[in-house]
Design a protein around this ligand. Structure first.
Ligand SMILES: *Cc1c(COP(=O)(O)O)cnc(C)c1O
Length: 395
């Protein structure tokens, strides 16, 4: 099979020079800085140019044209690559779903991909759309059930991992599954949006390709839509780069600048929102209006032990089911005054939504499930608002 022509693009940037041994919470601040020359800016510039000077044959490493490369992408790509412990810079895409589509392009034509049945609904929708066009076959599986996943891996070409899953918060046994997939000859792709590289680094567990919706925690302020793919494999990266250059789902320079700006506070935001999520999950567990709580940080959660073993924190997403069905869940959302009723997650502001309001959401997600994305507001204020909304529905 002919491999696609690799489009020219800058693989590395000369800028940020800092020791390799820095901790991730330093890298988010120190990464992607311009060179330290007198009077140079300390932040990378936004480069608004669709084309770059050049004559003669376009060579590997040339920027050439704005669909192949933009200097505004490099600082973020370098920093995210480093955070994910990749040997190569990340590749930014126009959205998380564009990054998902790029990663799915690595599945061979007519092949088979195994996916968690509760993957992000957009990832399921795009893979099912590709399957309907004959691109490949999708097998969905309970990703928390390691033996069931292994059984599905026979004859598969790729394994898609999401852990914890959106919105059910099931935890996959990442290292064991990556090993089993490789034994079966399958490529392993992990969507690390929920955890961020501060929470877990799938490449260290043997995963080949990591996908991000940068829209969420990495950018962190609900003001940008962006995606990224990370890998340490030069061939896979070259194919992803070619895919990006040909399909054209490229990032805007300003969006990437905003994402790097947001990334600077990632460690602080996560530390805060995670601590609040833990406190809220404990309180929700005791609340008479709450049927069940899923949060990997709760000692009684089915994913707790696995999460504790493979993650550096339990994240800031909580799923609850509310007594009284979908109507009661909707009423809770309506009664909230501080929490924002909106889709998405990972921003500084706390967001809540009943997931089944989306037609594509799998039917195995309960109708009365609310997904809470805990932000960085005062924990007492967040609890007071949740509590009053839950109480109101009881009346
Ligand atoms: C939001 C999300 C995506 C899609 O990202 P967009 O930036 O919205 O295109 C993919 N995976 C997960 C886990 C997400 O939460």
């Amino acid at each position: 099979m002919d491999s696609p022509r690799v489009y020219p693009a800058v693989m590395t940037q000369q800028g940020s020079q800092h020791p390799d041994s820095l901790a991730p919470d330093t890298v988010v601040v120190a990464g992607g800085r311009p060179e330290r020359t007198h009077d140079a800016p300390v932040n990378p510039p936004v480069v608004l140019s669709s084309t770059f000077f050049g004559q003669g044959e376009v060579e590997q490493g040339d920027r050439a044209y704005g669909r192949y490369a933009n200097p505004s992408w490099d600082p973020f790509e370098e920093t995210l690559g480093e955070l994910e412990t990749a040997q190569l810079p990340a590749l930014v895409f126009a959205s998380g779903l564009a990054a998902v589509a790029a990663a799915l392009s690595l599945v061979p034509s007519g092949g088979t991909i195994v996916m968690p049945r509760h993957s992000y609904q957009g990832s399921l929708a795009v893979s099912q759309d590709l399957a309907a066009r004959g691109a490949f076959t999708v097998r969905t599986v309970d990703i928390a059930d390691t033996e069931a996943v292994k059984a599905q891996l026979e004859g598969a070409d790729a394994l898609w991992l999401e852990s914890p899953t959106n919105p059910m918060l099931e935890v996959a046994e990442m290292r064991a599954l990556a090993q089993a997939a490789h034994d079966a000859g399958a490529l392993v792709i992990a969507d690390n949006t929920f955890s961020t590289p501060l929470g877990q680094r799938p490449l260290e567990s043997g995963v080949d390709v990591v996908v991000h919706s940068v829209t969420k925690y990495l950018a962190g302020h609900s003001d940008v839509v962006l995606g990224a793919v990370v890998t340490s494999d030069p061939d896979l990266r070259a194919r992803l780069l070619t895919y990006r250059s040909l399909r054209g789902a490229i990032a805007g320079p300003f969006e990437v600048w905003l994402a790097l700006r947001g990334l600077r506070t990632l460690a602080l935001r996560i530390e805060r929102s995670q601590a609040t999520a833990m406190a809220l999950a404990r309180k929700l567990l005791e609340h008479p209006r709450v049927e069940a709580v899923r949060y990997p940080g709760l000692p009684g959660d089915p994913g707790h032990e696995r999460a504790a073993a493979q993650m550096d924190g339990f994240g800031s997403i909580i799923a609850i089911t509310v007594r009284g069905g979908a109507a009661a869940a909707d009423a809770v959302v309506d009664a909230l005054q501080l929490w924002l009723p909106a889709t998405s997650l990972g921003g500084v502001e706390s967001l809540i939504e009943r997931r089944r309001r989306h037609v594509n959401e799998p039917e195995t997600v309960p109708e009365n499930l609310l997904r809470l994305s805990v932000g960085i507001e005062n924990a007492k204020d967040l609890w007071a608002d949740l509590d009053q909304a839950l109480q109101k529905v009881q009346d």
